[in-house]
Design a protein around this ligand. Structure first.
Ligand SMILES: Nc1ncnc2c1ncn2[C@@H]1O[C@H](COP(=O)(O)OP(=O)(O)OP(=O)(O)O)[C@@H](O)[C@H]1O
Length: 253
């Protein structure tokens, strides 16, 4: 049987009269990159928010590594190793790249903030080294002392990725990683995500750019109006007429 890391089971969520998730079932397999796609308003963000605890389903359950996480607070789910990156710019623009990556390293070390956090914050040698190694991993080591505000969009994504990866996620949720990017930056981000994929990390990706989806996904789930209309390999999804109809009004994926 497949090794399932995250299970979404029979999830419903309505906003007033609008059913945003309608009996959604999802199984994310270990080590796989699983894309969730669908037209605007399909329910993708609602589903992601149900996974990370930003909203609670009306009914149904979410299970991570065999434990129910339904109804837990976002920070509790994050502590279990479910990490989301990219939804909003989550970097600290006035800090250097190195300091940005040091913050999640410190945050995951319980007790680090106990004494006068700001004096100690960026002086801890071990924390600096861990953050620096992560910057090397994403190719930003030469810019570690730059202010984060001055980065290109593509490099900001690399920095956010470093801040996510340094938390040692067991499940990484990528929320529109290439939104608003140039083709050049999109391609650099695909390269970065492919490098991460090679490490075997389990990932869920929400993305509108089909080039990105088909470059990275092992499996794809298609949502339309809150309902899953198809789930399969990229080839199965690409060839499914229901998907072409619902997702792009008959255009070819
Ligand atoms: N907090 C909310 N209150 C009311 N309606 C909401 C709320 N959040 C989402 N919706 C509605 O639920 C439906 C699903 O929205 P959702 O944002 O999950 O879709 P999406 O697939 O992520 O869309 P997009 O690709 O445009 O981001 C939409 O009709 C949206 O207007």
């Amino acid at each position: 049987m497949a090794d399932v890391v995250l299970h979404v089971k029979d999830v419903f969520k309505s906003f007033g009269g609008l059913r945003a998730l309608n009996n959604v079932n999802l199984a994310i397999e270990r080590g796989k990159t699983h894309a969730i796609i669908g037209p605007n308003g399909a329910g993708k963000s609602t589903l992601l928010n149900a996974i990370i605890g930003r909203l609670v389903p009306d009914s149904g359950s979410v299970t991570f590594e065999g434990d129910s996480i339904t109804g837990l607070q976002p920070y509790e789910i994050n502590q279990k190793g479910v990490v989301r990156v990219f939804q909003t710019p989550e970097i600290f623009p006035d800090l250097s790249l190195l300091q940005n990556v040091m913050i999640p390293v410190l945050a995951k070390r319980e007790g680090s903030f106990r004494f006068n956090p700001f004096a100690r914050l960026f002086e801890d040698k071990a924390v600096r080294e861990e953050a620096m190694r992560m910057l090397e991993d994403v190719g930003l080591q030469d810019q570690s002392h730059r202010e984060a505000a001055n980065l290109s969009r593509g490099d900001k994504r690399r920095l956010e990725m470093a801040m996510g990866l340094v938390q040692r996620p067991r499940l990484l949720l990528l929320d529109e990683p290439t939104a608003g990017m140039s083709r050049h930056d999109t391609n650099r981000t695909i390269d970065l995500l492919q490098e991460v994929k090679a490490r075997g990390l389990t990932k869920v990706i929400i993305e509108h750019d089909m080039h990105v989806v088909f470059s990275l996904a092992d499996r794809i789930t298609v949502l339309a109006q809150g309902t899953i209309i198809c789930e399969g390999t990229p080839d199965e999804v690409r060839g499914n007429p229901k998907v072409q109809e619902a997702y792009l009004g008959g255009a070819h994926l």
